[in-house]
Ligand binder design. Structure first.
Ligand SMILES: [Zn+2]
Length: 400
């Protein structure tokens, strides 16, 4: 965030300057920030801008910032940046801590040394256009920037050059080949309560219930104030390309409740709560969220008009190489790298707290190998796992 009333602030600085004889060359940077300042300086050099932030005038310090603010840049001499200690400690616990910290420092240094103001426009796929998003909220959208994978290079280029052309991944033109995924490995139609049809045990517990509806869908009802990850353990693990789809309905949920599909792996000794599970959630408020459970928060939040609120939505992903391609009701909407590098064996869905979802047409496929017979392995025994988790949204990124 930049300090809004720059003029008044400038006046204040001048006043303080007269009183305290401030030194514009003062360099006082908490050691926790040095690495990111060095990276910014290196990136600046690559982009034709020579800065001396390692020895020159700069103050970067921890502070206790209020009102959901992660960082503040004060236009003083030298530039002074405050980073909220609570937020820093919170993001430090997650697998993407390094990227989150770089994102935050680069944003504040962008204010201080590149003359960048907040920019809240978006790319064709709905991604924020710039790492400089912030300030006054737009449609109450969270400030989460998908700063992972190929996106980092674009956001850094854009930081130093606002005229950077939109990256190819941001087009809604699908650039991957998703044809030929006709080798169905697992299919569940939920027509009966038999394990081969239903996948999950049909039962009533104090915390949840599963039933098969008269029109052949799995009804999962949560009775607790926590969300559920509901996954099947496939006997075969997936390391190559696959598609995974199901239809899901949340008839009576609040507009903000998130529900959707999950896929990943639960390593030995891990709990599903922090395992590398990818998720692709939607809400009846027509929002889409994607991410990985090891990360601080969802990557970004998108408005998706293809979502049918309280209706039957078909969610489908193709994992092709390192990318996941996301589809809502057969329309391509987004792509992003898969975080999980291990072979996957967990496929399922997410249920909001106290929510009920109806699931149907669960299918995992791979590309058909010519000449090989198509085999459906649904008759193999499937293990399943039902794990309550703290929240579906995890956290949101604070204003920068
Ligand atoms: Zn800012």
């Amino acid at each position: 965030m930049n300090k809004l009333r720059t003029a008044y602030f400038g006046l204040l600085v001048v006043t303080l300057g007269l009183v305290s004889c401030g030194n514009s060359d003062e360099h006082k940077v908490d050691a926790k920030f040095t690495e990111y300042i060095q990276r910014f300086q290196d990136e600046a050099a690559k982009h034709g801008k020579n800065l001396d932030l390692i020895n020159g005038g700069l103050i970067v310090e921890f502070a206790d910032l209020k009102d959901g603010v992660a960082g503040l840049c004060h236009y003083e001499k030298p530039i002074r940046i405050e980073i909220d200690k609570t937020y820093w400690d919170a993001i430090s616990k997650y697998a993407d801590a390094d990227l989150m910290k770089e994102n935050l420092l680069f944003h504040e240094l962008g204010h201080g040394f590149l003359g960048r103001k907040h920019l809240n426009s978006t790319l064709e796929n709905g991604d924020w256009k710039s790492i400089m998003c912030g300030g006054d909220k737009i449609n109450d959208r969270s400030w989460n920037i998908n700063y992972h994978g190929v996106r980092r290079a674009y956001y850094v280029d854009e930081l130093f050059n606002e005229s950077t052309v939109a990256p190819t991944y941001s087009s809604l033109q699908l650039l991957a080949d998703t044809t030929g995924y006709t080798n169905v490995l697992y299919r569940l139609n939920f027509n009966t309560a038999l394990k081969a049809d239903a996948g999950w045990d049909i039962k009533e517990t104090t915390d949840y219930s599963t039933t098969i509806t008269t029109d052949g869908k799995l009804n999962f009802k949560s009775k607790i104030n926590q969300s559920y990850l509901v996954s099947l353990d496939t006997p075969t693990t997936f390391s190559s390309n696959f598609s995974y789809e199901l239809t899901i309905e949340n008839l009576a949920g609040n507009a903000a409740d998130q529900y959707g599909i999950i896929f990943g792996v639960i390593p030995a000794g891990s709990t599903a709560n922090n395992a590398p599970i990818e998720y692709f959630n939607i809400s009846n408020g027509k929002k889409m969220f994607m991410g990985n459970r090891t990360c601080y928060s969802f990557f970004t939040e998108l408005d998706e008009l293809k979502i049918l609120p309280a209706g039957k939505n078909k969610l489908k992903v193709f994992k092709i190489g390192s990318m996941i391609y996301y589809f809502i009701n057969n329309s391509y909407v987004y792509c992003s790298e898969i975080v999980t590098t291990a072979s996957l064996n967990k496929f399922g869905f997410m249920v909001p707290a106290q929510g009920t979802v109806l699931v149907d047409n669960f299918i995992i496929s791979q590309p058909k190998i010519s000449g090989a017979p198509t085999r459906v392995k649904q008759s193999q025994p499937l293990q399943f796992e039902i794990t309550p988790i703290g929240s579906t949204t995890q956290n949101t990124v604070l204003n920068q």
